[in-house]
Design a protein around this ligand. Structure first.
Ligand code: ADP
Ligand code: MG
Length: 230
């Protein structure tokens, strides 16, 4: 996923996904085609059950489509082996979740550091520098030593954003990152993500069911019953 290529960073063509629960089929995505370019800040908006998480999980290579094609920076992910896929997930794509998913017994510093420990190419000094920079970028310098239960919801999500950015991903996928926040903090988190998007040229794709958050977002993708109509 190199930003200098001419390929869209995300390209889906005719993607379908149906979940089967016993005898019942639940179509989650229907013939979804979409291109997102490097550096874009895009929001997927739809009601609960419309297919937002399925879409983000397929783009993030943690789920696979039944049919259709998914390309990341021009690479067909169906052709990657498991190692190549996990390298992509570990080094190029970061996730931010609705429930923050911080480790409760670790400090903010340790939570942000955790994913970097997997990457042996990063030295201890560089790791520490990256963690401090990411924490400073989200405005949590004073809380570096705090555990998640000593933070507000908005601060927890900031910590999760710092964790997502410390790995220097090309793409950040945020699945309803504001769903557990009040409206003031939701706006602040969107503003922060937009700022990081423009400063660092990281592509952001986030989902929400809240139309009110859409004021200044560059690109809005509406999804309803698994169908996209931009
Ligand atoms: P959203 O994130 O917009 O709420 P989802 O992508 O989670 O929507 O779900 C889309 C549809 O797929 C829903 O009808 C949901 O019930 C169904 N679904 C999602 N995940 C599963 C699963 N693991 N098994 C069965 N059905 C699922
Ligand atoms: Mg969801």
């Amino acid at each position: 996923m190199n930003a200098s290529t001419n390929f869209p960073i995300i390209s889906l063509k005719g993607v379908n996904k149906t979940y089967r629960l016993g005898q019942v089929s639940v179509p989650a995505l229907r013939n979804v085609s979409i291109d997102i370019h490097s550096g874009e800040f895009a929001a997927v908006i739809g009601a609960s059950g419309s297919g937002k998480s399925t879409l983000l999980n397929i783009i993030g290579c943690i789920d696979t489509p039944d049919s259709g094609k998914v390309e990341l920076a021009g690479v067909d992910v169906a052709k990657l082996n498991d190692n190549e896929k996990s390298d992509l997930r570990n080094q190029k794509i970061s996730f931010i979740f609705q429930t923050f998913n911080l480790v409760p017994v670790l400090s903010v510093f340790e939570n942000v550091e955790l994913p970097l420990l997997i990457n042996r190419k990063i030295s201890r000094d560089e790791r520490s520098a990256r963690v401090r920079k990411a924490i400073a970028d989200v405005g949590l310098e004073k809380y570096m030593g705090n555990r998640p239960d000593q933070l507000s919801g908005g601060q927890r999500q900031r910590a999760a954003i710092a964790r997502a950015l410390a790995g220097h991903p090309a793409l950040v996928l945020a699945d309803e990152p504001t769903a557990n926040l009040d409206s003031e903090n939701s706006h602040k988190i969107i503003d922060l993500m937009m700022e990081l998007n423009s400063q660092r040229n990281v592509t952001f794709l986030f989902s929400t069911h809240d139309e009110k958050l859409m004021g200044r977002v560059g690109r809005i993708i509406h999804i309803k019953d698994g169908v996209i109509n931009s």
